[in-house]
Write a protein that binds this ligand. Structure first.
Ligand code: NAD
Ligand code: UD1
Length: 337
């Protein structure tokens, strides 16, 4: 298939690009590079020895998106493009809704104009808000206790996709709710490259391990978990990428929603311990106040993806730490090296 990746230059998009190309697909990427560099795509080309067609276009630009669809014959779309900082979304909610919700509406409009009906969408476990059950399954309520405009933008898009599919039965949509993506490609050539101070745990830990930052601030040790620190379901980005391939293969009429996680949770202290062991570096830490909006525990019920997509995450937390460390050592300043 010829597949359009919106936001394909980003962290998850670039890793998915490698796996799609290796599975024989042709790729077209739209990205405005607001949170990425075209170097990631050049490295994907180097890994796969194949070309990627790249359009530097803002997905909110209707005529720009139309031009791409008229110059390429697209079979399916994977929609990664979006802004993803929880903090920034609290400060600038309008920009988040405009960029995330607004550009999805434009994408859906142009897909309809060009008769493209297959769509895989990057959603997030954040739509579960405060999970009402653990492990959290796709049938759990969404929307209760979502703490940021970022999270609400994902929930709104899910609703829009559901409404669109009710009105157009030809649409085949998979909504993928990612848990906590971590890791990097095993080559060490592509990985997560935060532009500012990382707000997610793994990139921060990795920068402490290499000496770019002094210590990890652990957000709270009063949660009802084994060691008091927050528990999350960390999924290797290459496993996540494979989940997209399976979702594409199993697309069917209507909207199907899948959790992509491992089904197992690790605490913040367990993650730091694993990274320290794998890297052989000391990782200083300090327990500080809990971060507002954080939940104690979140991990996925992964049975639906296993049953319907024949997909399970195969890589371990140690694998992910090893791959992040290789990426960090080879690219201490990310794609700027
Ligand atoms: P990323 O920032 O690395 O990639 C997103 C890409 O989209 C970037 O390359 C950015 O330049 C591009 N983009 C943003 N707005 C655009 C626009 N209007 N037009 C064109 N391009 C635009 O983020 P990521 O980690 O790869 O995340 C990909 C998707 O997965 C996002 O939608 C994110 O919300 C979702 N997600 C990510 C995580 C995570 O922890 N990384 C977790 C759950 C869901
Ligand atoms: C966060 C976002 C979520 C988003 C996801 C992926 C919040 C409240 N949630 O999820 O919406 O989809 O990232 O981008 O921001 N931690 C520390 N010290 C740090 C960083 C994190 O102790 O410096 C802890 C957190 O308290 C949490 C765990 O590590 O317990 C994981 O944090 P993080 O990587 O930010 O992911 P989430 O909070 O799960």
């Amino acid at each position: 298939m010829k597949i359009l990746l919106t936001g394909g230059a980003g962290y998850i998009g670039s890793h998915t690009a490698v796996e799609l190309i290796e599975a024989g697909h042709e790729l077209v990427v739209i990205d405005n590079l607001s949170n990425s560099s075209v170097k990631s795509l050049r490295r994907v080309e180097a890994i796969t020895q194949r070309d990627i067609v790249f359009h530097r276009v803002n997905l909110a630009d209707l005529s720009g998106v139309r031009e791409v669809f008229s110059s390429e014959s697209i079979d399916a779309v994977i929609h990664f493009a979006g802004l993803k900082s929880v903090n920034t979304s609290l400060r600038d909610p309008i920009r988040y809704y405009q960029n995330n919700v607004g550009s999805t509406l434009i994408l859906l409009q142009v897909m309809a104009e060009f008769g493209v009906h297959k769509l895989v969408f990057s959603s997030s476990a954040t739509v579960y808000g405060i999970p009402q059950e653990l492990p959290v399954s796709e049938t759990a309520g969404v929307g209760f206790g979502i703490t940021s405009p970022y999270g609400r933008s994902k929930s709104m898009i899910e609703q829009i996709l559901t409404d669109a599919s009710l009105a157009e039965p030809k649409l085949q949509i998979a909504i993928l709710r990612y848990f906590n993506p971590i890791g990097a490609h095993v080559s060490g050539r592509i990985g997560e490259d935060p532009r500012n101070t990382p707000s997610n745990l793994l990139p921060y830990v990795s920068q402490v391990a290499i000496g770019l930052r002094k210590k990890v601030a652990v957000y709270g040790q009063q949660y009802p978990t084994t060691d008091g620190t927050g528990v999350r379901d960390y999924i290797h980005v290459v496993d996540l990428a494979h989940g997209h391939l399976r979702a594409l293969d199993h697309l069917r009429s209507g909207v199907s929603t899948y959790n992509l996680g491992t089904g197992r949770g690790y605490s913040v202290l367990e993650v730091i311990e694993a990274f320290s062991r794998v890297s052989g570096r000391d990782i200083p830490l300090e327990i500080v106040a809990a971060r507002s909006g954080d939940v104690a525990m979140s991990f996925a019920d992964v049975e639906k993806a296993k049953r319907e997509l024949a997909w399970v995450a195969e890589r371990t937390l140690d694998d992910a730490c090893r791959d992040v460390w290789r990426w960090q050592l080879q690219n201490p300043r990310g794609y700027d090296d």
